[in-house]
Design a protein around this ligand. Structure first.
Ligand SMILES: Cc1cc2nc3c(=O)[nH]c(=O)nc-3n(C[C@H](O)[C@H](O)[C@H](O)COP(=O)(O)O)c2cc1C
Length: 364
């Protein structure tokens, strides 16, 4: 049914427009009193599988990755699909329009997406109002059904690299009070120079500033760790030595975890004519072609950091088997995005139930 809707309605539509239409429809349905209950019953069926990670209670181990709800406007609606956590953002200190359109492309043969959105978002101040409103709306749900809210922070494009520390700190000041966990995103390929911030010398002061700012502005964190858990999201295009360096830095600075990985700039992961198309376009690739490297980076992080870091694995997860493989490779949680575009609103709960039914979600 969804594949029919996808082909007839969404494929002829620009991919970004399709995103806005479907997200708006979901939020509309979630705002209707009886309909929203039905939606939760049908779409979120069988997704309860509580687990504790980062000192937080997660309804299950599968979350929605950053980039879908950039401004924190639809957390409650998205949780109706069964997600145990929603990572909002990337949010930057200042509002910005992102790159020119078109900036999101479906690579259907490869079941992938190419995006160069460029952190289009309403800025930290407006996002804080949005997320506050979502938190109020979530109180209408039973406690066990409330998703964890992660907030993903990025650098404002016009802010020069030498002012990046203060820019991240400004976002943390506005948003840490609303976050169950915070993420420093230094891995998007679509903000010039951003990924250079993954070097140890650039990353260290950013981590230190975000940590201390969060500690300043949050008196009673929601996590039993006693602080707002902080994670760093890294790129799949780092070489293995750099991944190891970042792991060591994260452990040394008391970072709570890593999110592995963001999109890739590698075009060799694609096959056929879409690879040629992608070579002519700027942007990051997500979806199935990313799965191999994402799993490799997860294994490397786990091998390097042992149990010292929480790891959220994301990149190319397509079914319950993939979820189980990531958990077996040492992920504490997983996130998804691109596959949902191809497989529809019933897909998240399907993979959560599928992974659960073999006892592996619970066994972790
Ligand atoms: C359209 C789009 C926008 C994205 N925007 C962000 C973003 O703002 N911040 C971020 O950290 N990751 C962003 N991502 C990356 C995803 O969070 C995720 O790391 C990546 O897509 C790999 O997961 P997937 O293969 O399941 O899609 C975006 C991905 C897509 C497809």
């Amino acid at each position: 049914m969804y594949s029919l809707i996808f082909r007839l309605l969404f494929v002829p539509m620009d991919a970004e427009r399709a995103h806005h239409v479907s997200f708006a429809a979901l939020r509309f349905l979630d705002a209707l009193p009886v309909v929203n209950r039905l939606m939760r019953l049908i779409l979120g069926r069988g997704t309860r599988d509580e687990t504790h990670v980062l000192g937080l209670r997660f309804p299950n181990r599968v979350g929605l990755a950053a980039g879908f709800d950039k401004n924190g406007e639809g957390v409650r609606a998205l949780s109706a699909l069964g997600f145990g956590h929603i990572e909002v953002g990337t949010i930057t200190a200042h509002a910005q329009p992102g790159n020119d359109r078109p900036r999101l492309f479906r690579l259907r043969e490869n079941l992938a997406l190419l995006n160069r959105m460029g952190f289009n978002n309403q800025g930290a101040r407006q996002a804080s109002f949005n997320i506050e409103e979502q938190r109020r709306a979530l109180t209408a749900l039973p406690a066990h059904a409330r998703p964890v809210i992660g907030i993903n922070l990025g650098k404002t494009k016009v802010v020069p690299a030498e002012d990046a520390v203060e820019d991240y700190a400004a976002s943390a000041r506005a948003l840490a009070p609303l976050a169950d966990y915070l993420v420093i995103n230094v891995s998007s390929p679509n903000t010039p120079g951003l990924r250079d911030l993954q070097s140890v010398s650039s990353l260290e002061p950013i981590i230190t500033a975000v940590k201390s700012t969060a500690a300043e502005v949050v008196e009673s964190p929601r996590s039993t760790l006693g602080h707002v858990p902080l994670l760093v999201k890294i790129a799949p295009d780092l070489n293995d030595d750099d991944v190891v360096e970042i792991c060591r830095l994260a452990v040394r600075l008391g970072v709570d975890g890593l999110i592995t990985t963001n999109t890739t700039i590698d075009r060799d992961v694609l096959e056929g004519e879409e690879a040629d198309f992608a070579r002519s376009q700027a942007g990051g690739i997500s979806g199935r072609p990313l799965a191999h490297r994402s799993l490799e980076v997860l294994r490397l992080v786990r091998q390097t950091a042992g149990d010292a870091l929480t790891v959220i694995s994301v990149g190319g997860i397509a079914d319950a088997k993939d979820v189980r493989a990531r958990l077996a490779a040492g992920a504490d949680l997983v996130q998804v995005y691109s596959e949902m575009i191809y497989s529809g609103p019933f897909w998240p709960s399907r993979i959560i139930r599928g992974a659960r039914s073999r006892g592996l979600l619970a066994a972790k």
